[in-house]
Design a protein around this ligand. Structure first.
Ligand code: ASP
Length: 335
């Protein structure tokens, strides 16, 4: 009797990995046309996957990932937590997702999944209807990775173009290339390689999944956190819009290690004084924003090296458990 294959659950959400183009040379218009294969149709293209895992799959939603936000993150996280809590024999979960916001969903899951089993997010840069599509191999790699016990305990992983990344660090770096997902200068974790092996070379050091206080079960909304981007000569207009709207938090994106145009900064100081937590981030694509005595005295929080869109997610989740600025700052150095 051969050994049973590992059980892998797939939760599909849409995106280019399921996109339907008008012809084989279409790499662009399909996204606006909006049609998606069901996950069963995607799986039918890769019968080889049935030799890797015992697969059950569901379409949770079927949208381009520009339409994914906090409500969908909560649904997805709750669904995956349900599966992992109630089905002890599931080895891991793979999620299919559009690449536009894939890194944000992956980081949200990284902070809210309460399991050490592999959870893998994948997408594709070229729809399955296009020549040279990466949809089939990325889905196959995600199934392989989700069924691999070595992928457990590393937090949520992404795999595209055979490369495995930590959800915390990965970002979409190029608008069209298949090698778009990059961890900036931090390095990838491993490969799902050409011989079918899953190989790891490093592991994330920041806390995640079971080691966070973020429990989103039963929630249907999150605190509202907005992002304001600085540019030469930017003024108070956008920060003031956030203040006047009464958002729950703000990520202020500035220059280099944490500097901001004077009028923009002044408006942000006012926001902090009014009780809006403000996380300082940078438009540099790598490196930390560091605390200074003045920023500390002004009451700011610094993002460490999180990209602004990920700093927003951590602040949203932090605000579900505390409003204490020092505690939130500690979270930014821990997660
Ligand atoms: N429009 C697509 C999305 O759903 C892009 C992609 O998947 O690559 O994000």
């Amino acid at each position: 009797m051969p050994d049973a294959l590992p059980r892998v659950r797939i939760v599909a959400t849409g995106g280019s990995i399921a996109g339907i183009g008008p012809d084989r040379l279409d790499y662009i218009l399909y996204a606006e046309l909006g049609g998606h294969l069901t996950i069963q149709e995607s799986l039918a293209r890769i019968p080889e996957a049935n030799g890797i895992a015992d697969i059950e799959a569901e379409d949770l939603i079927s949208v381009g990932s520009t339409a994914i936000g906090p409500v969908e993150w909560l649904r997805l996280s709750q669904r995956i937590n349900d599966i992992l809590r109630n089905e002890a024999d599931v080895a891991g979960v793979a999620v299919t997702h559009g690449t536009a916001t894939l890194e944000e969903t992956a980081y949200f899951l990284h902070l809210t999944i309460k399991s050490s089993k592999p959870v893998v997010v994948t997408g594709a840069m070229r729809p399955p209807t296009a020549l040279g599509t990466d949809a089939d191999i990325n889905l196959l790699d995600a199934i392989r990775l989700a069924s691999c016990s070595d992928a457990g305990g590393l937090g949520v992983l992404t795999v595209l173009n055979n490369e495995i990344h930590s959800a915390r660090d990965v970002t979409k770096s190029n608008s069209f290339r298949v090698e778009t997902f990059r961890p900036n200068e931090l390095g990838f974790l491993g490969y799902v390689d050409s011989d079918g092996e899953v190989v790891f070379y490093r592991a994330p050091t920041r806390a995640h999944t079971l080691d966070t206080p973020f429990d989103v079960d039963g929630r249907d909304s999150l605190p509202r956190v907005d992002i304001v981007y600085s540019y030469a000569g930017s003024d108070a207009l956008l920060v003031n819009a956030v203040r006047e709207h009464g958002s729950d938090g703000l990520v202020l994106v500035g220059f280099g290690g944490g500097s901001y145009p004077p009028a923009t900064l002044e408006a942000a100081v006012r926001a902090v004084e009014e009780g809006i937590p403000v996380v300082l981030a940078t438009r540099s694509t790598a490196g930390r924003v560091v605390m200074t005595p003045r920023k500390d005295q002004q009451g700011f929080i610094v993002c460490d090296n999180l990209l602004p869109q990920k700093a927003r997610i951590l602040l949203m989740l932090a605000l579900t458990v505390t409003e204490d600025r020092d505690e939130i700052q500690r979270m930014f150095t821990r997660y």
